[in-house]
Design a protein around this ligand. Structure first.
Ligand SMILES: [Zn+2]
Length: 303
């Protein structure tokens, strides 16, 4: 692994492995409560890493954050996956990338992954939970425990007709990316808060999905919070009431976002979202009722 790609917080080394990087959709489509003016007003720092003003497309990454902590290898979210049936999302449908090779080049052998954290159950966060073998989906990381928020497992699982039957993709992704983990006995469902060890704690932050969660890191004097899909663009850090178009419960999502970001600002947690391009993670400060951006992390930019 190129060591320049990683940052160190306390005793934890952090880096990311990219599955997808590129333009996604217009800013006001992804964050409907913003206006075209919102994006133009911030173009000087959003472009070129986070927004392409020439075509009005938000630049996103789909990536796995990797933590080496206490001798353990921990993955935060597992992307889209290869060869998936996702007729409702063209970008995800039958995707083929070299993500496994990228993991290998980063020094990660599947047998050596100890813990997989799904911040929530959406198609771009659980895909590489599994791989295809002899026509079946099996856990991609045979020795890992998989931490899955129980509220999402209930909502997107068969007892709730896979997300109330709202989207066929939800049934497909539960059956190919979550159910095989349960069958293998490798899943751990958790509620409310879940302490992983002295350094890492999961906390429920619902709204984007019923089980959406954040991962707090606290090591030495350093702190970070992996916020999953609480924000998709740094525009939402300076306008934290603005939800993405993908938030299932917008009111609850906005409350959770503000609560988690206020704590991040007050305790100087580095904010590490799932989909930011550029350096991928940034500090925030309070600015009245909103926030301003502080230092970006030294994480390498996606290639
Ligand atoms: Zn996502």
């Amino acid at each position: 692994m190129e060591s320049s790609q990683s940052i160190v917080l306390g005793d934890v080394e952090i880096f990311r492995v990219i599955e997808f990087h590129g333009p996604l959709m217009p800013g006001t489509d992804l964050v409907p409560e913003t206006t075209a003016q919102t994006w133009r007003d911030n173009a000087d720092w959003l472009a070129p890493e986070h927004w392409d003003p020439h075509v009005d497309r938000v630049i996103c990454t789909v990536q796995t954050w990797v933590l080496r902590s206490g001798g353990r290898t921990i993955l935060v979210d597992t992307g889209i996956g290869n060869g998936r049936e996702r007729p409702g999302r063209e970008m995800f449908h039958h995707l083929q990338t070299d993500f496994p090779d990228r993991m290998a080049r980063a020094g990660i052998h599947p047998d050596e992954v100890d813990l997989v954290i799904n911040t929530h159950i959406h198609g771009d966060h659980v895909g590489w939970n599994t791989v295809a073998a002899d026509g079946e989906w099996i856990p991609a990381f045979p020795n890992a425990q998989y931490l899955i928020p129980r509220a999402d497992d209930l909502y997107f699982g068969p007892a709730n007709d896979y997300g109330n039957g709202a989207r066929p993709d939800d049934r497909l992704l539960y059956e190919d990316s979550i159910a095989p983990i349960h069958r293998a006995g490798q899943s751990v469902l958790w509620d409310g808060a879940h302490r992983i060890d002295d350094t890492l704690t999961l906390e429920s932050a619902p709204g984007h999905t019923p089980g959406s969660s954040v991962l707090h890191l606290n090591s030495g004097t350093d702190r970070a919070v992996f916020v999953g899909d609480m924000v998709h663009s740094p525009v939402q850090l300076i306008h934290p009431s603005c939800n993405s178009c993908l938030c299932l419960d917008p009111q609850q999502a906005a409350l959770s976002r503000r609560r988690i970001l206020e704590r991040a600002a007050d305790t100087r947690e580095l904010v590490v979202p799932a989909h930011f391009s550029g350096a991928g993670a940034v500090e925030i400060r309070r600015n009245g009722t909103d926030f301003t951006l502080g230092e970006w992390s030294a994480t390498a930019e996606p290639r």
